[in-house]
Write a protein that binds this ligand. Structure first.
Ligand SMILES: Nc1nc2c(ncn2[C@@H]2O[C@H](COP(=O)(O)OP(=O)(O)OP(=O)(O)O)[C@@H](O)[C@H]2O)c(=O)[nH]1
Ligand SMILES: [Mg+2]
Length: 179
């Protein structure tokens, strides 16, 4: 049995924990704790270590899904998780442009530690003020449209939408594994 370790990362409140809860076949291990500091303005609870879920993707392959905290003060967890990962999805809340700079920092952090396939998942595209894919690419520093990762719209609260995003991530990983 092969297993793939996939990381779900991204900004605070982008929907990482929800994403894993929607798709996991086991009860998710989460470390959500009452939010303090500025995060409390956004949400009541926040991930302080990791989320863990599992999905049997094919009879021969299981996906192990690890969600990171969004807050950068827990970036030691980003470091631990990314080093063992096969691929990652970066979730960005499309309606919170103030967070795009932080999303960019997460990409830089991850790229410095692991050269692994990644895709971008835009969440909250159903919310007022959501930016377009093109504008978010530009805000994240992807100016050249020939050199961009795959991007998907995903609603973490919907299992089917999460499943589609996971398929894109695994396909991207497979394509980049072929020598
Ligand atoms: N309307 C809408 N709500 C969403 C979407 N994605 C996530 N949410 C909601 O956003 C909230 C935050 O989701 P979480 O899964 O806790 O976010 P997180 O990324 O794990 O947050 P941290 O662990 O604090 O960094 C939850 O109430 C979700 O239901 C989306 O695409 N649309
Ligand atoms: Mg979380």
């Amino acid at each position: 049995m092969e297993s793939m370790r996939l990381i779900v990362t991204g900004t605070v409140g982008a929907g990482k924990s929800t994403f894993i809860r929607s798709i996991s076949e086991i009860e998710v291990v989460d470390t959500d704790t009452r939010a303090t500091d500025e995060t409390a303005l956004l949400k009541k609870r926040t991930t302080v270590a990791l989320d863990f879920g599992r999905l049997q993707f094919t009879p021969d392959m299981a996906l192990h899904l690890y969600g990171t905290p969004g807050q950068s003060r827990f970036d030691f967890m980003w470091d631990i998780l990314i080093r063992k990962a096969h691929a990652y999805i970066l979730l960005v809340a499309a309606h919170r442009p103030k967070e795009f700079r932080q999303a960019r920092k997460i990409i830089t952090f991850m790229n410095q530690r692991a050269q692994i396939p990644m895709i971008i998942g835009l969440t909250h595209t159903d919310c007022f003020g959501a930016w377009s894919e093109e504008d978010i690419f530009l805000a994240l520093g992807y100016m050249d449209d020939h050199n961009r990762p795959p991007i998907v719209k995903v609603n973490p609260t919907e299992r089917e939408s999460v499943a589609e995003a996971v398929i894109v991530l695994v396909q991207h990983l497979m394509q980049n594994c072929v020598v």
